[in-house]
Design a protein around this ligand. Structure first.
Ligand SMILES: [Zn+2]
Length: 302
């Protein structure tokens, strides 16, 4: 039994925002190594138009590969019904829809209002049938937005409640790295009061170095599912020099050091990081634990 569940989003959130393209075969080897390290859930790509994001053009092939790995939950992102159909066709076990709480971000990102986006997800939930994929609604820019600035908590709450009606799970995402731990506690607690156990995941970016602090705050608020990316891969086009998601290696170390089982083997995780470094050596990656190594006498949670 794992105490916390970590979903590796590097192949999607990381590579989608990276400056360098990772070849398809290298992606497959990396995903295999991530799963071998104990990651039971990996967001392997995004079904967006390939012209828009060339790094995600091979997502169907990557999903097919990932499905051959025993015990792995294969997650893909879809921005609309068309993306959902492609993700389902490829065989993704879980499909995540980003629904931006920031009106400006939603309109520039998916050319839909948040309400229109909720309707897209509702349609997909109706389409999936009995044995269809799991559906997650991720309320993105939930803690602030580079275009709009502050995002009212009432907007986040309204979207979370709407999504909880037909999604299997709802996540709150700090897409641009604006969140702080006090805000994380307040917002997760507010949303939890409305939708209970439907509130599952937390997705943080480490843009201002608060990724781990925010993850810990969410943990203390009862959250047990976290997105993270190896090496903090990704960055953010609006914040030069900033890393991407909360760093998987450091997040695993934090929880394991606290005695909380992640099911992930840190040495094997470092081996997977080597593959990432070899595949796109020019890309900046981050992480304190891989650079410092494990403390003398360190024991993983048992
Ligand atoms: Zn993200």
């Amino acid at each position: 039994m794992r105490d916390v569940h970590i979903c590796e989003v590097g192949p999607r959130d990381g590579l989608q925002n990276a400056k360098h393209l990772m070849p398809t075969e290298a992606k497959k080897r990396w995903i295999t190594a991530l799963a071998a390290a104990g990651l039971e859930e990996i967001e392997v790509g995004s079904f967006v138009p390939p012209k828009l994001i060339p790094a995600m053009a091979d997502t169907a092939e990557i999903v097919t590969h990932a499905r051959t790995i025993a015990g792995l939950k294969v997650v893909a992102l879809a921005p609309n019904v068309k993306g959902f159909e492609r993700a389902r066709g490829a065989g993704a076990h879980k499909i995540t829809f980003p629904v931006s709480a920031s009106r400006k971000h939603s309109e520039s990102n998916v050319r839909m209002t948040p309400e229109q986006m909720v309707e897209q997800v509702r349609q997909c939930a109706a389409l999936r049938g009995k044995d269809g994929p799991e559906i997650e609604g991720a309320v993105s820019t939930a803690f602030g937005c580079t275009l709009q600035g502050a995002v009212p908590e009432a907007d986040v709450l309204r979207l979370a409640v709407a999504l909880a009606e037909f999604c299997d799970g709802v996540a709150l995402a700090d897409t641009v790295g604006y969140a702080n731990p006090a805000q994380v506690k307040r917002l997760f607690s507010l949303v939890r009061k409305e939708i209970g156990s439907k509130l599952e995941g937390a997705h943080f970016h480490n843009t201002r170095g608060l990724g781990l602090a925010n993850a810990l705050a969410a943990y203390e608020e009862g959250v047990r599912a976290f997105d993270a990316s190896m090496g903090g891969l990704g960055g953010c086009p609006f914040a030069p020099g900033a890393s991407g998601n909360v760093i998987t290696e450091d997040l695993v170390f934090m929880f394991e050091a606290m005695g909380l089982k992640t099911g992930i083997d840190l040495q094997k995780l470092f081996a997977a990081r080597k593959l990432l470094e070899q595949a796109i050596p020019e890309e900046p990656i981050y992480g304190h634990t891989p650079l410092a190594g494990l403390p003398k006498g360190f024991r993983a949670a048992a």
